[in-house]
Design a protein around this ligand. Structure first.
Ligand SMILES: *Cc1c(COP(=O)(O)O)cnc(C)c1O
Length: 380
């Protein structure tokens, strides 16, 4: 099987994408907010039970919109896990905010909710939970703390699409939430994202911020007779061609999630005894959570064993990868943090995590090949 090459991720098509892209092209409406943007937004609103979804150019941009919506001022503080993608912090730093880095829980790798209260100061304005790998943060605790200190909660739901917490869709719990449709996510249009608005107080300004600070959306609905520059903003609207591609994927979301769920459980059930025997930790899903099945990872016993393991799989042409480097020790993280906090769990997990190939059309034969390669790894 030496001809086999298994990437970590690859984009997968489900049949309707090209049809809708062609329709968008034939419609002659390729800028934003055309028919496919509306269809994709409505479908997401229905699927997640959210009052308003606005497609954006990326998750990073949706987070930037959230930062503008919160009217963050220089030196306002935002609580962000150290174990996340750069954008979760960057979008707030762009508004001059300071970042308070929270450490993560060793079981779910999510923001440690038990530390939150000790991180809040009178300058804190928001908490940004990230549902790592598609498994929910302890949202009841986080929302209760946020409400008692009058903080906004913005779920960075880039991993969490279609995951649930106590039966509620991730992305529908915080005041705002953001999605990513980047090539590496469960549902993709190459580059794209969405802002999910659960608290209606943000709705009107969100439309304006997304349209370069103009009230163009209201104008197009005929609510006002001319549009003008009324607020801050930028160019956050997604092309209708990409929205058409996204719509094609969203229509197959059930099928996509079922495939990913099967994959995840195949890995889990075949690896559990091997992992236990070698002191390797597998992902943990708390009872109140339904996973969004964004990834499958292993926590190796040490950095050196992880390095050997990744090299071992590479010899089999299997691309397994590590993940986030701690943000609190990065150059920008240190520059924009409020305090020099340590996040020991983040540092430890960052050294030991490895993600296995995981994409919608990973074949059974490929899966078995990956498992055989894993079982051939010797830990000395
Ligand atoms: C992918 C990702 C982002 C960024 O998404 P873009 O759409 O590429 O901007 C932000 N946060 C998390 C947790 C991500 O995984």
């Amino acid at each position: 099987m030496s001809h086999i090459h298994i990437p970590f991720n690859r984009p997968c098509w489900h049949g309707d994408e090209i049809k809708y892209i062609t329709q968008a092209y034939e419609n002659g409406w390729i800028s934003g907010d055309g028919p496919f943007t509306k269809k994709a937004q409505h479908l997401l609103e229905q699927q997640l039970n959210i009052s308003k979804v606005l497609l954006t150019t990326s998750c990073t941009d949706a987070l930037e919109m959230a930062a503008i919506l919160l009217n963050l001022q220089p030196d306002d503080e935002v609580i962000v896990p150290s174990f996340t993608f750069v954008s979760t912090a960057l979008a707030f730093v762009m508004r001059g905010a300071k970042i308070i880095f929270a450490d993560i829980r060793p079981d779910t790798l999510n923001m440690d909710e038990t530390q939150l209260e000790s991180l809040i100061t009178d300058k804190t304005k928001a908490i940004i939970p990230v549902h790592y790998a598609g498994i929910a943060c302890a949202m009841d605790n986080i929302m209760a703390i946020a409400n008692s200190y009058h903080l906004a909660v913005i779920e960075d739901n880039a991993h969490g699409l279609y995951g649930k917490y106590k039966g509620q869709a991730l992305g529908s719990i915080g005041h705002l939430a953001t999605q990513s449709f980047h090539e590496t996510k469960n549902i993709t249009c190459g580059e794209g994202g969405a802002l999910l608005i659960n608290d209606p107080q943000y709705l009107q300004r969100a439309e304006i911020i997304r349209e370069k600070g103009t009230n163009r959306s209201q104008f197009f609905r005929g609510e006002i007779n001319k549009y003008s520059w009324v607020d801050k903003g930028s160019s956050y609207v997604l092309s209708d061609i990409l929205a058409a591609l996204l719509y094609g994927q969203l229509l197959h979301s059930h099928h996509i999630q079922e495939k990913r769920k099967k994959l995840w459980h195949y890995y889990h059930s075949h690896l559990i005894s091997w992992a236990t025997h070698h002191h390797i930790q597998l992902p943990f899903i708390p009872d109140e959570c339904e996973s969004g099945y964004h990834m499958f990872y292993l926590l190796m016993p040490s950095l050196s064993i992880r390095t050997q393991f990744i090299a071992h799989l590479k010899n089999y042409n299997i691309h397994a990868v590590f993940h986030y480097l701690p943000l609190h020790t990065s150059k920008m993280g240190q520059l924009h943090a409020t305090q020099k906090k340590t996040c020991p769990i983040t540092v430890d997990i960052s050294d030991r995590i490895v993600r296995l190939p995981f994409y919608n059309d990973l074949q059974q034969q490929e899966l078995d090949y990956i498992l055989d390669a894993i079982f051939a790894f010797t830990i000395d």
